[in-house]
Design a binder for this molecule. Structure first.
Ligand code: BES
Ligand code: MN
Ligand code: ZN
Length: 547
């Protein structure tokens, strides 16, 4: 359930709630500059000067991450007050604003508060979208399977945002947008957190269909039979060792007159046991999150349905369960890809790049201007960058710049890694066109190089290895433990910027508040995906593979 959020230009001291959180810029506190209004005005007086004394004792200067908590003993209309330092407001990035609001929402849940009052200093009224995103993302908990005492009795349901400055005219728009964005990220988290006995490939596809219906998007689901018919043999190989057979999902948003087409692709391994190259027991359960890239596609597309951008957006994911079985694929097998390359299987635990190969070969049939894939692909990427940072690759500098700007705007932690041509030799096979794994060293790079073999003539491609941050080992920023939805915000920024840069659509651009006609009315994409890539493109792809 989304939070009930109100926005008013009012001092927090005049609001009622269970917990009050007030953000204060550096040099703030109660010793403010003459005439400057502070969200703390009125609070210290009501508390009989106790807050001022505490802030002084704690040497509270409003520095970033400084925090002081005080019980109000009923002297203001909240049980507890937390004063948070925000540092220099001019330096507050989207990540800082989101993290501040997320902390407030988390504190509210910890306090069993039903209503949170949050006070923002002057200057943050233009950042309502980020505040609301942070609130919704911070309030997130995955409690679906808890019963009895484990089930939280109280849930944060309401937030009063108190502005020190004037409320902006577009306050409602910002709140709605922030809630739509956070709902998409939270949907991705929910899917990622679902246990693998519940969320298997077909169940995942059903969830995607429900989302598409909600969001007014077109969606196609290819079942196991269709996958075999189309020749998606790599996806078949990975999935056939499971009772729960693989499938593929394709969402599309095709507004009339769109000048740009972006396709997103995700890895949806609903459980990765490693297959016959089985993983060690310790930590295997974490591999329920191995569909986080695909979950991001569902979350992202749910936002696209609300945002109705002026660009064409496709969201594609391949879903499979990687299991050992009498019918499982084996190391030593040779399988053809959707675009006709033969692949020698080395290690059945490197399953992600195989299902992505077929998904990318399918996506390129749409002839996107920009193709972005994301996947919990390699442990090597986690070794390189740690748990909070994903690694990304781009096939040209202009695309890299574009993606880097979106990373900056979103505040997600992502670092560019190189497509080192030097490592390409590792993928040479004695029995097929390609091996699908290389050496242990540079494992994230060789995986990216393998994927590149399947993008054909797509001019702009980004691959994002989210293995680390997709599954949080602890609370961090606005992210909870478990599924995080890392990636959605950056991908959304790519879409929003492309939409802003695009010439206006022929039909009046529908606003978020006003329901637009259903997406069904939109025409089909220019190029229908062919089971096999066009011969001309195939030749180009071959050339690239050899160069
Ligand atoms: N899903 C894993 C990668 C992974 C590891 C994600 C840790 C999140 C946390 C992937 O399918 C995998 O097993 N990759 C292997 C590849 C290797 C066999 C070449 C790996 O990274 O060890
Ligand atoms: Mn694996
Ligand atoms: Zn995997």
């Amino acid at each position: 359930m989304p939070l009930k959020i109100s926005v008013r230009s009012v001092l927090p001291a005049r609001e009622t709630g269970d917990l009050m959180v007030i953000g204060v810029p550096a040099q703030g506190g109660t010793s403010k500059k003459k005439n400057a209004r502070s969200p703390l005005d009125g609070v210290d007086r009501a508390l009989g000067g106790a807050l001022g004394r505490l802030l002084k004792k704690e040497e509270f200067k409003g520095k970033k991450d400084q925090q002081v908590s005080i019980s109000t003993l009923g002297k203001i209309k909240a049980d507890r007050l937390i004063v948070c330092g925000l540092g220099d407001l001019a330096k507050l990035g989207p990540a800082d604003v989101r993290t501040f609001a997320a902390k407030a929402a988390r504190a509210a849940n910890a306090d069993k508060a039903k209503k949170l009052v949050i006070g923002l200093p002057e200057g943050l009224e233009g950042r309502l979208r980020e505040v609301v995103e942070g609130l919704e993302l911070g309030a997130y908990r995955f409690t679906k399977y808890m019963t009895g005492d484990r089930k939280p009795k109280v849930e944060l349901g309401q937030v009063a945002i108190c502005l020190t400055g004037a409320a902006p005219a577009n306050a409602k728009e910002q709140v709605d947008l922030g809630q739509a964005v956070a709902a998409g990220v939270n949907l991705s988290r929910d899917l990622s957190n679902e246990p693998p006995n519940v969320l298997y490939p077909d169940a995942f596809a059903a969830a995607a269909q429900a989302t598409a219906k909600d969001a007014g998007l077109k969606v196609q689901v290819f079942d196991y039979k269709e996958i075999q018919r189309r020749g998606m043999k790599l996806l078949q190989a990975v999935g056939q060792g499971s009772e729960r057979k693989p499938c593929m999902v394709h969402f599309s948003w095709t507004p009339p007159g769109a000048s740009r087409r972006i396709a997103f692709v995700g890895k949806g391994i609903t459980f990765d046991s490693g297959g016959l190259s089985i993983k060690p027991a310790a930590g295997m359960g974490e591999m329920k999150h191995d569909m986080s890239g695909a979950a991001n596609i569902v979350g992202l597309m749910s936002i696209v349905g609300r945002l109705k951008p002026n660009v064409e957006v496709h969201g594609i994911f391949a879903a499979a369960e990687n299991m050992p079985d009498g019918n499982a694929y084996r190391p030593g097998d040779v399988w053809p890809s959707l675009d006709g390359k033969s692949v020698e299987i080395i290690n059945t635990d490197a399953e992600g790049r195989l299902i992505l190969a077929d998904a990318l070969a399918y996506a390129r049939g749409l002839e996107p201007d920009l193709l972005v894939d994301n996947a919990t692909l390699t442990g090597a990427c986690v070794v390189a960058l740690g748990n909070s940072c994903s690694g990304w690759y781009a096939n040209n500098e202009a695309t890299a710049e574009e993606f880097q700007s979106s990373v900056k705007n979103s505040g997600e932690i992502m670092w560019r890694l190189p497509l080192l041509e030097d490592l390409k030799d590792q993928l040479k096979s004695d029995s097929a066109d390609l091996k699908h794994t290389g050496d242990r060293w540079g494992g994230s790079i060789s995986a990216a190089l393998f994927l590149r073999e399947f993008i054909g003539a797509v001019p702009n491609w980004v691959h994002c290895d989210i293995a680390g941050p997709a599954m949080g080992d602890r609370v961090r920023g606005w992210d909870p433990k478990g599924g995080t939805g890392h990636g959605v915000l950056t991908f959304l920024d790519l879409i929003e910027r492309a939409s802003k840069a695009a010439p206006p659509a022929k039909a009046p651009a529908p606003s978020l508040a006003k329901a637009a006609p259903p997406a069904k009315a939109a025409p089909a994409p220019k190029a229908a995906p062919a089971p096999k890539a066009a011969p001309a493109k195939k030749a180009k792809a071959k050339k690239r593979a050899k160069s």
